[in-house]
Design a protein around this ligand. Structure first.
Ligand code: GLN
Length: 473
């Protein structure tokens, strides 16, 4: 079977009788089996997906099918899917079954998407390489000695390796965009609050966003249109009207774009990535768009701000995993306190424990003002400065990452170098603005390079259409 890049192609082959939802789902299931060594899936719902595919085939014949009929999707292991396991790739949630569907998941189901499985990720979405999973690392299909990025590593590889058409991940600091860049596909994070977080396992609630990984902008637009919008179950979600992103007209305006000077000047950015940036800038200018460099001196403060605030929020969010209510419970406990401490010591992995402790530290009475309060102020400064830039320019262009996919183990002993993988992606989460990573060329080793565009809050429509115009180059 050919590799499908869009639901449109799938639907046209279903219409012509070349395939059915059942044969397509079986094709993806066979691919999952053949590519098991990549470790992208934690659990596969073979029988259920085939049964759902048969129902959708009937609906298509009857003309009653939803917008996503024929779309086979996967879910990062942080999204609640009723009656199915969900455990943020952590031992602490082993055996836990979702009691309800998250809103985004429910909306996919309501539009007849076929859910094929749940996907491996960094534990509690903390990581940039998918090496922090209780289920072991995920491998990048292009070069299995390399990481796929993280934390939505399984989610990205599942799409990269043609085991589903689209996947939902989560993006707190780049977890959808960075693995998409490492895997050569599209990764999209909307405005904070655009998509309900009901049924998304929390990492850092003021940063968390559900994101979409796909092979095309048009599928990204369609899925966004389905899952975005107000929700009684999430009081933080925006009630701003959801446009029909899938029906947007192509971008024809002359845009004004700025790019961060640091991206071309910093020795930390790989030469091949700088070269792709330069080519992209030249091609934008050739098309009549305005492109200008800007300095962003606050770049150095982005990661410290992110790691202070997210660890603080995580230490609070993850306090619920205490052995009483969910999943794993230590069998060595002798009293309530030892139940908590033993369960948490045995259940959480190293990176998660480190972040909980860091978060507890920055929130502790003696250090609160020095770290947490200061980071909140700097967050505001970064947000206002970025918003100021976006008053002047329609888009900010950066590389998505400073390097292409690195070797497994390369950064595992050095957290700072690992955290630097997200230097360009974290800004959008700090500011709550939409951002997308799109594939643009490869490096000398044939590894994919991703570029990132950010824009003003709730301007997803122009972000998607503008990105499409760059992919059409
Ligand atoms: N890599 C970043 C981190 O480790 C981002 C993770 C994410 O977006 N969930 O926190």
């Amino acid at each position: 079977m050919k590799r499908y890049n869009t639901l449109r192609e799938v639907r046209s082959d279903i219409a012509s009788g070349a395939i059915s939802c059942v044969t397509l789902t079986q094709y993806y299931l066979d691919n999952i089996e053949r590519k098991k060594h990549l470790n992208a899936y934690v659990e596969v719902y073979a029988n259920e997906a085939l049964a759902q595919a048969a129902i959708v085939d009937e609906k298509i014949k009857a003309g009653t099918a939803g917008k996503l009929a024929g779309m086979v999707v996967g879910l990062k292991d942080v999204l609640c899917h009723k009656g199915h396991g969900v455990q943020a790739s952590s031992k602490i949630l082993s055996g836990f079954i979702s009691q309800f569907n998250g809103t985004a998941v429910q909306r996919l189901i309501d539009e007849d998407a076929i859910i094929i499985g749940r996907q491996n990720c960094d534990e509690f979405a903390m990581g940039s390489s998918n090496e922090n999973s209780a289920f072991g690392p995920v491998l990048n299909e292009i070069d299995p000695t390399r990481v796929p990025g993280g934390s939505s590593g399984g989610t990205a590889v599942a799409v990269q390796a043609d085991t589903c058409l689209v996947s939902l991940g989560s993006d707190t600091g780049g977890s959808v965009r960075q693995p998409a860049a490492f895997c050569g596909i599209v990764g999209f994070k909307p405005t904070y609050s655009r998509i309900s977080r009901y049924g998304l396992l929390a990492y850092a609630s003021s940063f968390d966003s559900i994101g979409i990984i796909a092979r095309s902008i048009e599928d990204t637009a369609l899925v966004l249109e389905v899952i975005a919008g107000s929700d009684d179950n999430d009081s933080t979600v925006s009630t701003t009207v959801v446009p029909e992103y899938s029906k947007s007209t192509p971008y024809t305006k002359k845009a004004s774009v700025c790019y961060l000077k640091e991206a071309l000047e910093s020795p930390g950015v790989a030469d091949d990535i700088k070269e792709v940036m330069r080519k992209q800038i030249a091609s934008l200018q050739a098309k009549g768009h305005t492109v200008e460099p800007v300095a962003f001196p606050l770049l150095d403060y982005i990661l410290p701000t992110y790691y202070i605030l997210t660890t603080a929020e995580a230490s609070s969010n993850l306090s619920r995993y205490d052995g009483v209510k969910y999943g794993y419970r230590s069998s060595n406990a002798t009293d309530l306190l030892s139940l908590y401490t033993k369960t948490r010591s045995e259940g959480f992995g190293k990176e998660v424990k480190k972040r909980i402790m860091l978060g507890t530290f920055v929130l502790s009475a003696g250090f609160y003002d020095a770290y947490y309060t200061k980071a909140q102020k700097i967050r505001r400064l970064i947000k206002e400065t970025t918003e100021g830039l976006l008053q002047q320019y329609d888009f900010v262009l950066t590389p998505t990452t400073t390097t292409t996919a690195f070797k497994i183990g390369d950064h595992s002993g050095d957290p700072i170098s690992m955290y630097l993988a997200d230097i360009f992606t974290v800004q959008a989460n700090i500011c709550g603005i939409p951002a997308i990573s799109f594939p643009k060329g490869t490096d000398a080793n044939g590894l994919p390079i991703g570029l990132q565009l950010m824009t003003r809050a709730f301007e997803e429509e122009s972000l998607l259409t503008f990105t499409q115009s760059l992919l059409d180059d």
